[in-house]
Write a protein that binds this ligand. Sequence first.
Ligand code: 3HC
Length: 310
Amino acid sequence: EEPAQTEEFEAIIARNDRIEPRDWMPAAYRKTLIRQIAQHAHSEIIGMQPEGAWITRAPSLRRKAILLAKVQDEAGHGLYLYSATETLGTSRDDLTRMLIMGRQKYSSIFNYPTPSYADVGTIGWLVDGAAICNQVPLCRTSYGPYGRAMIRICKEESFHQRQGYELLATMMRGTAEQQAMVQESVNRFWWPALMMFGPPDGDSPNTAQSMAWGIKRDTNDALRQKFVDMSVPQAEALGVTFPDPDLRWNADRDHYDFGEPDWEEFWSVVKGNGPCNQQRIEHRKRAYDDGAWVREAATAHAAKVRERAG
Ligand code: 3HC
């Protein structure tokens, strides 16, 4: 590393400017970006599974059309984010193989089952809501392609969050059975949604460096707190409660106090022992294998085109 290059890199970070693909960057900066953006992309693609399971069973054409659009959006988010990762010198194919081999992660939230139709609304409201809390600051992340991908993703996540909330509000105006379905779904997804923000700052090996490099603009705990503060009034408006006896407004802090997530459960799910980890990876592997002929045909066609072009 030339001192001049390091100086230039540090100056760009210090003035909150963007690092672009052709700029010099420390190898560790490149490595942690590939790690985080690839995981983000994997999360979008794996996240299609829990919701996709409800497309054929949606209760109306309108709900089916909305859910189809949302799942297609998630595929698009995966595409933007794999493309951003490829600007760092890795390939989508390598990343997919690392995901399938369990050498790269994806968000823990998608390892929970979606047995109830209300889960489609809860995922939109809470999971996409948490994603918005975490992704809006990423629009200002120091790596150009990542930040620019976030701008469109955040706009589409807002639609995801609104449609989920509206679905639940409709059910809450329905029968007692529908209201119970919503509350049961919220009870299952509340704590896993808090875990989406990552471990407590004190147990986060990447946060300090990611903040120093302007990759992260807020810490895990700060964003988790923001999400709780945002969600409680929405739950009250919906008429549902969160399964946390310690949840209460703290006027001194001007924030909600809330209980401690089960970090044993969190690390167990992250390590692959969640309710659906195996099923999600097997599904992804099947889709990858089933798509091999398309990749081979496209590669053969591209070679012919190059040959003809001489
Ligand atoms: N699920 C799985 N792994 C997690 C995790 C979670 N919820 N939270 C943390 N981890 C992993 C980290 O990846 C890291 O492991 P690694 O070093 O092997 O990558 C380890 O646990 C320690 O966590 P850190 O806090 O040190 O890691 P980060 O600084 O990377 O912070 C993060 C974790 C907040 C998730 C950060 O990576 C991030 O902001 N990522 C981008 C946003 C994202 O991926 N959101 C989840 C996807 S949500 C989504 O797509 C939903 C929507 O489309 C529906």
